[in-house]
Design a protein around this ligand. Sequence first.
Ligand code: AMP
Ligand code: MG
Length: 352
Amino acid sequence: MQTKLVKIKDSENIKDEELSEAARILREGGLVAFPTETVYGLGANALNEDAAKKIYAAKGRPSDNPLIAHISCMEELEPLVAEIPEAGRKLAEAYWPGPLTMVFPKSSIVPYGTTGGLDTVAVRMPKDPVANRLIALAGVPVAAPSANTSGRPSPTTAQHVWQDMEGKIEMILDGGPVGIGVESTIVDVSGPVPTLLRPGAVTMEMLRATVGEVETDPALLGPPGADFRPKAPGMKYRHYAPHAELTLLEGPLEAVVGRINFLAKEKLGQKYRVGVICTDETRDRYRYGEIRSVGQRAHEETIAHNLFAVLREFDDLDVDYIYSESFSKDHLGQAIMNRLTKAAGYHIMKVQ
Ligand code: AMP
Ligand code: MG
């Protein structure tokens, strides 16, 4: 298949003609990758089971890993869900459109092929003007997981999508680099207490400020064990994995910097390629390997924004070992550490 790359001229001022072919492809059961404010999504008609199957095939994604249905406005929510619980209503009012996905009991029109066999459906209303207008023009809810090969870091530019999806999908809309850079927050509102399934830019602190009590899914707290039965099938899969073995170092920053220098020097001596993930604040203190600052500690949104691009760059450089600083687990730091921990396959080294 030939993949068409369409550049959006000005995302703040899109003309419907720029999106009409993409909308038609979606309506007719094809695949279109498009920018959202979180990461690039790989879209298909969420109500068409055959279209959803194409997403799983293009990504190489296990078919029990459910998809998020994207809508453009509140009226499009009702047909997809059996009920809108009070917490869901409040969170939608506070954070939609935006980087928040909510899990509802599903209605009968949502096929099990989209939900990975679950009786619930995950729904998000993106704010990105290209994504939002595209969904409105398609006239159908759009299932859109991240537009990467399953297991690779999520794409934050159209070039990342091209690397993974060229020849496998009909079209890629290039709206430039995304804003946030990590996937949406996911909250399950289908039970008695809202439960955080995946941290993102709508932080735990923000959720609690809106609805009070919010629980954390146990799957977020540690590595999946042998008898692990996750709420969402997707939680059992390794995600965001770079080719290299990534080690996350935790402890006082001083000690972390010292140990990373030590480990990087040692591996270089053994003729391995080494990558170091640091920050603007510590950049000058590293001496060995390919050193990349992921952003500023003082502005964590810069770290979220650059994280996946840095992991992909290390794949391109074919490094064997990556050593990374770690971050606080509050606010946006929770999402950053969640992605880094998974990328590291829970390989964490404590130093002091
Ligand atoms: P993404 O990989 O960004 O497409 O996000 C998909 C993830 O959303 C899945 O791996 C699940 O963790 C979560 N998800 C989607 N649908 C549901 C659902 N019905 N119930 C719980 N989690 C869901
Ligand atoms: Mg993904």
